[in-house]
Ligand binder design. Structure first.
Ligand SMILES: [Zn+2]
Length: 345
């Protein structure tokens, strides 16, 4: 698995990219081809969007669908992911064809914190096609987490000492989409951006606002399901595939032990050993694996500790709600609930 370590230089270029996104004065001039392309006619064109990772697709599609209601169906899906399903979100280099599609959209949603750096770089360097406003939403900013980014930047040079054998804990966790309360803020930003895109059409604007409210409510219901279930778990520790689950865990009072690091690098022998030890000490019933990373390490741990292999999928197939529900089912199966009437310690 590709390791993707932040360097000070990378962070500086990321911040520069972030600063230029959305600023039309800094965008490169349109190519001669663009100049020859006739401006689209006044007839309404359907709204199109792109997202960097698949779970964001299901959080944007209902809002875009509301904007496009009544228009003839498009040949391609209205919301496309750049990183395809089944692919880890770490270290993916999108092919030029995938990046080129980012010219023809009204909205791009990226995560930020360096997770989708090649996409942000392309957006900074390549103008949108004529007739596309191409708003860019960075989840990190929509969630109000700029301070975490500044903190990471401050420590990006790694000019501070770490205890021997202890990893740097200043890397920012980019797995924002696994925390429903951060997702609510993203849904609000996406709704506002699509409202802005269709604002000249009062009916479309009203439909988009309503769809945004409905989506927001569904995400909050998911949050309630997690909060209720996790409060009742007999055990609170999960051994997970890579270090993607800290935001979800801290939201719901769980504790994670990750086999692979924040960037899904190849697990170390020490990490496998620590996982087995945790399972034994805490009398856990399962080790969680992720479809994008393979089951090998998880199976070895399960055999050594005599527990089941279960699946926690940080990306899913494009439906955020299905992904979150299936993960909650797996958590319930592994962590259990105390028998009714039992008093918890
Ligand atoms: Zn990850």
């Amino acid at each position: 698995m590709a390791s993707f370590r932040w360097s000070a230089r990378l962070l500086i270029s990321l911040l520069a990219v972030a600063a230029t996104i959305g600023d039309p004065t800094l965008a490169a001039p349109a190519s001669p081809t663009d100049a020859r392309t006739p401006q689209p006619a006044a007839k309404p064109q359907s709204v199109r969007a792109a997202v960097s990772i698949v779970p964001l697709q299901g959080l944007v599609a209902p809002i875009v669908a509301a904007a496009n209601e009544g228009l003839p169906p498009a040949r391609e899906p209205a919301v496309v992911p750049v990183i395809p399903p089944g692919q880890s979100e770490h270290g993916y280099e999108p092919p030029p064809s995938k990046l080129a599609a980012l010219r023809e959209v009204d909205l791009v949603v990226v995560v930020g914190f360096g997770l989708d750096a090649p996409i942000e770089k392309f957006l900074a360097q390549t103008p949108a096609a004529p007739g596309r406003a191409r708003r860019v939403i960075r989840f990190a900013e929509a969630a109000g987490l700029q301070n975490e980014e500044k903190h990471a930047f401050a420590h990006g040079a790694h000019d501070h000492a770490h205890e021997p054998g202890k990893p740097c804990d200043h890397a920012v966790d980019p797995h924002l989409w696994l925390d429903p309360l951060l997702v609510v803020r993203l849904v609000d930003s996406v709704t506002a951006a699509i409202v802005e895109t269709v604002k000249s059409d009062a009916a479309a604007k009203a439909r988009v606002e309503k769809a945004g409210q409905e989506l927001r409510a569904r995400v909050l219901t998911m949050h309630e399901s997690y909060a209720t279930a996790c409060a009742g778990f007999a055990s609170k520790t999960i051994v997970v595939g890579h270090d993607a689950w800290r935001r979800l865990a801290s939201r719901y009072g769980l504790e994670t032990v990750a086999i692979a690091d924040l960037n899904a690098s190849e697990p170390t022998a020490k990490a496998l050993e620590r996982a087995v030890q945790t399972i034994r000490e805490k009398k856990l019933t399962a080790v969680f694996v992720e479809p994008q990373l393979g089951e090998r390490a998880g199976k070895r741990i399960a055999e050594a500790a005599g527990v089941k292999v279960r699946k926690l999928d940080p990306l899913g197939e494009g439906d955020w709600f299905a992904m979150m529900e299936s993960n909650l089912d797996e958590l319930k199966a592994a962590l259990g609930t105390p028998p009714a009437g039992a008093t918890r310690p």
